[in-house]
Design a protein around this ligand. Sequence first.
Ligand code: NAP
Length: 631
Amino acid sequence: MWKGTEAMETTVDSAFIRRAVEVADLNAVRVALYQLTGDPEVAQLPTAANLDEAQRELLITKAVSWLEQYAGPVRLTEPPEAELRTLMNMATAEEMGDLEFEARRDLPAFKEFPWTAEWTDAKPELPEGFKVAIVGSGFSGLAMGVQLERLGIPYVVLERRGEPGGTWTINRYPDVRVDTISITYEFSFEKDHQWDEYFGRGAEVRSYLEHISRKYGVFDHTLFNRDLKRATFDEGRNVWMLESETPDGPETIEANVVVTAVGTFANPKFPQFEGQESFEGPILHPAAWSPDLELSGKRVAIIGNGSTGVQLLAPIAAEAEQVFVFQRTPQWISPREKYGAPIEPELHWLVENFPGYWNWARYMAIAALFQTHRFLVPDEEWKAQGGKFNPLNDKMREDLTAYIKAQTGGRVDLIDKLIPDYAPFSRRPVVDNGWYKALTRDNVELVTDGITRFTPKGIETQDGTLYDVDVIVTATGFEVIKYLWPTEYIGKDGVSIHDFWSKDGPRAYLGMMTPNFPNMFMIYGPNSQPVSGGTGLPIWYVIWSAYSAQCVVRMIEEGHSRVEVKEEAYERYNKALDAEAAKLILLQEEGAPDKNYYVNEFGRLQVNAPWYGPEYHRMCTRVDWDDIEIS
Ligand code: NAP
């Protein structure tokens, strides 16, 4: 326990400190304060949502008083296990089991580099010329680069664009920003990061990633403008030959191990509508947004109401003369507290000067996702009694329906078109950026008739209406389920990965390894995105990187040159995965699997790991060496 050692010089007054505590996450304040002081009165306080007025005041007063005396930029080390567990239980007011504790203990990120792979003893001598190639320098490629930097393993990053940041460098459309709170969409090894907004804008995420790339040394290992076209495994030598296109012509490099970190939102999906070429104005995918595009006085069509289409409607509607929104399928679109709000200067001060606050604010933000699995599994008894799916999911449906009605001011003409006939949590959640409200503007019209064709002047729908527009924005998504595409990977016996996956779509062991492709790991590969108990993807990028690094470490330590998943383990894992996926709403009738990019054309869950989050965490953090062949 740390009570503070001496009074710190502080430049802020009591009123400022009080405001800081008041805008803070009071749960995080409660747990951090207890960690610092061991004050039994703080221990007895309920979670923030259950504080009465007197308890709230007590907590705030105690925190302010502590900060007045001791505030300062001190970073706490990880408390002993029993204490950590007590604090975590206190945070969520629940006694967690061992499996959950194991999965969650690094979420507050007290360790310097949570989850990172290590050498067993001192770093051994590496084989002459040993090198890892990482493909992509977005979030996941950076995570892998940081692992290798720490291990001192030589590596190179091949990046097809001219800067690090992946999808965040591609997507620059109006109002692009994260829709999970930034404190969960950041790396746990970059402590106390100060975001400008609760939900960082695209430009801020981009500069954060460049900062990470430079600070941790990955930037200097990155070869930009390398578009990897083909990777071929040389079985005789256990190395990969990587052929890229560069501005100076083709280039081939050799690497012992390849780690693909190419993301799922890197390749825009361009729809093919009849008459598309005849349209006289620009047709623009948001991933190809032009900052020079002038929309004032223009008539604009927006096709699509996924996260992107929803995010960009309000700013476009504020500028354009007229907007037509083409919706094929209604979405469940939900609000987020503090979405679009700047982080107060007082909170910035608190993050810097209240030891433990950042750790517990992270933990609390992630804890909000711990119960997700309960929304995804049906309750047959509930359904037999007339419920739609399960009590929690039905309640969410009710709340979101009420939200739609409230946001549209009760406009029945809109409401009827906006309420989905499938259950919430079936598809990737979409966050409201004022989309429903924008639909009520005089210059916005929601169109739900199917599009039949583009004409020189606009878009024609099934009922024969012609929507006359100057610009068409196709917010039609990405080639999410075409993993690794369009790069060709050739493994053992000349087998192409896309042929290997042609039976029912991409598969992998733990989302990371595929038989026939030795010395190859995928970060954010097929069926890897945890469907529940989610903790924000950046944590998983680190976990998958650490898993891949552990395999490389062991291969080097044992003096071998080849690591691969056993075919039997891959088959067994995927059989269990299919069985688990079948239990979830995403593949059931209530979940409209035919309208979901999580599900592929073979009806298989493709993007997600269907497991209960803590179980999947265990699978990915404790390598089952019986499943892996090292030779
Ligand atoms: P998306 O979720 O795949 O949505 C594509 C939209 O286009 C859907 O409304 C789809 O309709 C519609 N569409 C596709 N083809 C069409 C066609 N031929 N005719 C009419 N409509 C068509 O794509 P997205 O919005 O780009 O989002 C992709 C993912 O990127 C998100 O799920 C999220 O993971 C990520 N993202 C994140 C953020 C963020 O964090 N802030 C922002 C944007 C995107 P149907 O529903 O009928 O298929």
